[in-house]
Ligand binder design. Structure first.
Ligand code: CUA
Length: 155
């Protein structure tokens, strides 16, 4: 079978690009450890209030100086509604919902996850700048959605 020279060049180019893209995915996954959320952290949404650590939502200090913050979203509030952390702290947020899907977005940061009943989602942020950060629900969750917010005070 005869393949035209230009056809062969384009086929080679296309194949090379395919290999480059595949290599990019493998490098991201294995060298940079960037992976899609596995969603393997589940929780019984009817028993959030009695399931540790969500039975005591709030801030927990880790041995390495970072913090874990456990949040429960429910119509139309976050527990805890207010968090106070020292400036420079790295906070790992763990978020779940005990009723419907909510959003969990901290303005001026890259923290933006969904609070989904049955699942625990997480995100981390280092608060370098002192100030009051607004925590917002950014998924429409009902009649009081616009009143669903909290604050994070960085001192
Ligand atoms: Cu919760 Cu919108």
């Amino acid at each position: 079978m005869h393949i035209h020279r230009y056809e062969r060049i384009w086929m080679t180019f296309g194949l090379a690009m395919l290999l480059v893209f595949m290599a990019t995915i493998f490098v991201a996954a294995f060298a940079d450890d960037i992976n899609p959320p596995t969603g393997d952290t589940t929780i019984d949404p009817t028993k959030v209030a009695s399931t540790p650590p969500f039975d005591r939502p709030g801030l927990h200090k880790n041995a390495d100086g970072t913090y874990d913050a456990y949040y429960v979203a429910q119509v139309f509030q976050f527990a805890p509604s207010k968090l106070i952390v020292p400036a420079g702290s790295t906070v790992h947020f763990f978020v779940t919902s005990s009723d419907v899907v909510h959003g969990f977005e901290i303005a001026q940061t890259d923290v933006n996850v969904m609070a989904i009943p049955g699942w625990v989602n997480d995100a981390s942020h280092t608060f370098r700048k002192p100030g009051t950060y607004l925590l917002l629900c950014n998924e429409y969750c009902g009649i009081g959605h616009q009143n669903m917010y909290g604050t994070i005070e960085v001192k």
